[in-house]
Design a protein around this ligand. Structure first.
Ligand SMILES: Nc1ncnc2c1ncn2[C@@H]1O[C@H](COP(=O)(O)OP(=O)(O)OP(=O)(O)O)[C@@H](O)[C@H]1O
Length: 689
């Protein structure tokens, strides 16, 4: 194959993005590049081609840093790069793409670099990582220790505390500003918040743990030290970032620290799809990127959409046209169709569920597999009635974006044992593990942890004399610790050893032990894909698997199943047929009236992201009324809802409108038909005969 033949399928803009700074007159410049990629315009494809093209043209894959939004995206990108490169290099491509070892999320790569540089920055390289829940627990411990749980006025909860702290860190904003802008109801607690956050940071340092935010914060701090920054930046000839619209200020400052002149830096994203501001992502990163450098970064726009039909794209463009600040693009598609997206009016959420289930089955009859169809919603609980209906009709589904697999207590218990072995000073993990033992109260657990804060794991546990009521469990636990520390089981054998120890506790604590056992078997399968305990813990904590299936049972991977997903979790995906639930004010945008202008703009982008996932057909469902929750069991209070403000009357022409169920005036009304068709009373009597 001719060296550049693999580039021929790309359109001219994609090709420019792929070739930028690689060959031709601008090779010497290798200046920064911003690719604004409209929805469905082949962003992933273009980035993969760019990486492959760099490698084919002699770039060293070990010196390429590729930052993606999820671990799955990094793996997928690496696979694609390999496929493209193999067209030119044949079997040699596999060796080269295997060298692409610096592909991952900001957090994952940050963790690796921090371990590498730990000795230079005064960090224990064996640090463990706390997820959000662990961090909230740690925050709560500090709050208790400082006596703020006993204040008379209601003090912010641990969830609010960690949210405030995280915002301030990621947005690089002073605490007062974060509280004033995002948490005004906590405004009177400035001094207390500072004291808690100070205590929280000290506790983490004493225990050798980092939270998610620390991974970026420490990395950003390193990137501000000129000598360290030059060394780190010098390890990479190319730094490429996907989904740049969802990065925050810390991430932007890391990039500028690594590549101050922007040499070899490529970022790709779509400002119209920026939907993560609750994690302090800021659309400003992508809007301001070109001006960070001198000369300015080159900007290339990808405007041809390969995914959706023109009517779907036209409607989505009309929705986003109202956005206040953005890179104006003219997204177009060659895919003609006479089918406009449909606004489907239904009476309530029950009928919405009926409509979606019927339509999904009808589509399947017409040859569209369930997996090619998705139901999207703004908030996880919006799919409740639909989940019931699907279960009733035996339609298998998998839900993304709800409760995470790793959030379940039994999975957390097992992981805590591994983490505790890795770092015995980690109090949150230690407390969780010790309290599993029958009769181990918080005070005793606290004493054990105090001893471990200064002494090594095994001798400390072996010398400790537990209260008699715990002694049986204690001996088993010490034996477990000995096995894990001794390393005889190896990895992933260690996980099996932990499961074996945990089993009696699981049976004692949980009634539904067998279901939970099945999750642990799945965890063991996941573990077998990792080379070591440390890599498993780090990667899993940073980027947990996020699918859960509800009552219908977890379908096998080869089966067909419908996709249910929050809009956030649908990012980057596409389906033939897409349904959007609750397209009403109060659901999209989620909070009626309460939102600031920026928040409302983000809700608009969320609707845009949902609509642009559809290839061939798109239905936006508009329930007319909603049941009011929290009333007495048989209450019948409803509120009436209005179609989302993001589809105002003047763009209605982009949509077809329908009602469901369709009105059938010829059919006799049920009340008029007085022939009794089933004798329910007889059936009830029959139940007892
Ligand atoms: N040059 C091309 N020719 C034909 N099809 C293409 C081309 N580039 C991309 N595609 C197809 O377009 C679709 C969208 O591509 P991709 O998923 O990479 O888009 P994206 O820009 O990441 O989308 P989004 O940002 O909306 O998630 C895919 O099905 C891909 O195969």
């Amino acid at each position: 194959m001719h060296a550049a033949a693999y580039l021929e399928k790309l359109n001219p803009q994609q090709r420019r993005a792929v070739e930028h700074g690689v060959s031709g007159p601008d090779e010497a410049r290798k200046g920064p590049l911003l690719v604004i990629a409209g929805a469905g315009s082949g962003k992933t494809n273009t980035l993969a081609h760019r990486v492959a093209h760099l490698i084919v043209n002699g770039a060293d894959p070990r010196r390429i840093l590729l930052l993606t939004f999820s671990r799955r995206a990094a793996a997928e990108m690496t696979r694609r790069v390999g496929r493209i490169a193999s067209h030119v290099l044949g079997p040699d491509a596999a060796v080269l793409t295997e060298g692409l070892s610096w592909a991952g999320t900001f957090h994952g790569i940050g963790a690796r670099l921090l371990r590498d540089y730990a000795p230079q920055i005064g960090l224990d390289p064996n640090f463990t990582i706390h997820d959000r829940e662990d961090s909230a627990d740690q925050m709560n411990l500090v709050r208790h220790e400082l006596g703020f749980s006993r204040t008379e006025k209601r003090f912010p909860t641990k969830g609010t505390l960690i949210a405030i702290y995280s915002r301030a860190v990621n947005a690089e904003l002073p605490l007062e500003e974060v509280v004033g802008r995002f948490f005004p109801w906590c405004a009177g607690w400035g001094a207390e918040l500072k004291a808690i956050f100070g205590g929280y940071v000290e506790a983490k340092q004493a225990q050798g743990v980092l939270d998610y935010d620390d991974l970026l914060l420490y990395w950003a701090q390193m990137a501000q030290e000129p000598a360290l920054a030059a060394e780190m930046g010098g390890r990479f000839d190319h730094v490429l970032v996907d989904e740049y619209q969802d990065t925050n200020r810390l991430q932007a400052s890391i990039l500028v620290g690594l590549k101050p002149e922007g040499r070899g830096l490529t970022v790709v994203g779509d400002d119209a799809q920026s939907i993560y501001s609750f994690r302090a992502a800021t659309v400003r990163n992508i809007l301001d990127f070109p001006g960070h450098f001198s000369p300015r970064a080159e900007t290339i726009m990808l405007e041809q959409n390969y995914r959706s039909t023109q009517p779907i794209l036209g409607a989505a463009n009309a929705v986003i046209d109202f956005a206040s600040e953005r890179y104006a693009k003219n997204l177009w598609s060659e895919r003609v169709s006479s089918e406009r997206p449909v606004l489907v009016s239904v009476r309530d959420e029950i009928e919405q569920a009926g409509f979606v289930a019927s339509q999904v089955l009808e589509n399947r009859e017409a040859g569209i597999a369930l997996k090619q169809q998705a139901v999207l919603f703004r908030a996880s609980h919006h799919s409740g009635p639909l989940e019931v209906e699907l279960t009733r009709r035996n339609i298998p589904f998998v839900k993304f974006g709800g409760l995470k697999f790793l959030d379940s207590a039994h999975v957390k218990d097992v992981l805590a044992v591994l983490r505790f072995t890795e770092n015995p000073r980690d109090r949150v993990a230690g407390f969780r593990v010790l309290r599993l033992m029958n009769g181990m109260g918080p005070a005793t657990a606290g004493k054990v942890l105090d001893a471990l804060a200064t002494g090594p794991l095994l001798p400390t546990l072996e010398c400790y004399a537990p209260p008699p009521r715990v002694s049986g469990d204690w001996q088993d636990f010490v034996a477990l610790a000995r096995d894990l520390k001794g390393g005889s089981a190896g990895w992933p054998g260690e996980l099996d050893r932990v499961r074996q120890w945990y089993e009696p506790h699981l049976e004692r604590i949980h009634e539904d032990a067998p279901t939970r056992q099945a999750d642990l078997v799945q965890l063991a399968q996941i573990a077998s894909a990792y080379p070591s305990r440390e890599r498993f813990l780090t990667e899993l904590t940073l980027d947990p698997p996020d699918a859960t299936s509800a009552e219908a049972g977890r379908p096998h991977l080869d089966e067909d199943y419908l996709i249910l997903s929050t809009i956030h979790s649908a990012k980057g995906q596409e389906w033939k047929s897409v349904f959007v639930l609750n397209t009403v004010d109060g659901c999209i945008p989620i909070d009626l009236g309460a939102g600031t202008r920026d928040e409302i703009e983000e809700e608009r982008r969320l609707l845009y992201v949902a609509m642009t996932r559809a290839k061939d057909s798109l239905s936006l469902v508009v329930p007319q009324r909603f049941f009011v929750h929290g009333q007495a069991a048989r209450g019948d209070r409803h509120v009436y809802a209005a179609r989302t403000r993001f589809i105002p009357p003047r763009i209605l022409g982009h949509f077809a409108q329908a009602a469901w169920p369709p009105a059938t005036p010829e059919a006799p009304s049920p009340a008029a038909n007085d022939t009794v068709r089933i004798d329910l009373s007889a059936r009830m009597r029959g139940m007892w005969r």
